[in-house]
Design a protein around this ligand. Structure first.
Ligand SMILES: [Zn+2]
Ligand SMILES: [Zn+2]
Length: 284
């Protein structure tokens, strides 16, 4: 099993030389699972060596654009690359609305390619299952379950637990400090948790116009690095991987800063995520 970090920044903006918004690929044998589809996911997947026509399963943690913006473009690009089988997307509501809106926005192109290039109807290749808390699916290779996390004002936002090959990988999704996540991530081989660096957030909010509102949002709906370490320690996770970094592209905030903050509360294996990083998860 291999985990590829394709996009590791929190929030939708991108900047010169900086990382991309959230996306991951979990490869289990010959099966692939894409978790979140922030801007850049298509390029990130191609750079792993994956053929887009092999795209099979996508999971979305919640409907903020830094997790969904490139969902439609990813499947559309796979379609123009020769996708022949439906791609299944598991996401909270309103996933059907995102599909309908994307198909409407691209209607002219889709109809043109069907008529001109003889392609199958794209709508039929976009399978959707809307999920809530509990079991999301078990395809015989991977069993995925969801825990509702705390990410106001969005209520349909989830952490995801993957069990495969005797191994466990848990994604926190976007969440405020959530002690229940420690149980959900019990004995995870890899816990991928979002992280915010407090002093960096203070500098960030001073640079923007709506700073006070932004800081309120960040503190109410995301987790400070010290609290991420607490969750990892409580869960017994063997390896903590930080993603969805806020801030992610402030040159004065480095991986060492995140590491120092987490080290106050967690002593296990720790990786500060960066785009393109591959983590091997050895089978039991
Ligand atoms: Zn996000
Ligand atoms: Zn979010």
């Amino acid at each position: 099993m291999q985990l590829h970090l394709l996009g590791t920044k929190g929030g939708p903006a991108i900047r010169t030389g900086g990382p991309s918004p959230t996306a991951h690929l979990l490869a289990v044998g010959s099966k692939t699972y894409v978790i979140d589809c922030g801007l850049g996911v298509t390029r990130g997947l191609v750079e792993t060596g994956m053929k887009l026509q092999d795209l099979e399963t996508i999971l979305i943690t919640h409907h903020h654009s830094d997790h969904t913006l490139e969902w439609g473009p990813l499947i559309h690009t796979a379609w123009t690359a020769g996708l022949a089988r439906p791609v299944m997307t598991y996401a909270p509501p309103p996933m059907h609305q995102l599909k309908a809106g994307f198909l409407a926005a691209m209607d002219f192109d889709i109809r043109t390619r069907i008529a001109d290039e003889g392609r199958p109807d794209l709508a039929g290749l976009m399978g959707i299952t809307e999920y809530g808390p509990g079991l999301v699916f078990d395809d015989g290779v991977v069993r995925v379950s969801a825990l509702r996390n705390v990410h106001p004002p969005i209520t349909q936002s989830y952490a995801l637990r993957f069990e495969a090959e005797g191994r466990v990988v848990v994604f926190s999704g976007d969440t405020a400090f959530l002690p229940e996540l420690a149980d959900f991530a019990r004995d995870a081989d890899v816990l991928v948790h979002e992280a915010m660096y407090g002093p960096g957030v203070d500098a960030l909010v001073q640079r923007v116009k709506n700073g006070t509102r932004l800081k309120e949002h960040l503190l109410a709906s995301h987790t400070l690095a010290e609290d991420v370490g607490r969750i990892a320690t409580l869960s017994g996770a063997r390896h903590l991987v930080l993603n969805h970094l806020v801030p992610a592209d402030d040159p004065s905030v480095t991986a060492a800063d995140y590491e120092r903050a987490v080290r106050t509360t967690f002593g296990g294996a720790l990786t500060v995520g960066r785009d393109g990083l591959i983590i091997d998860i050895v089978s039991s």
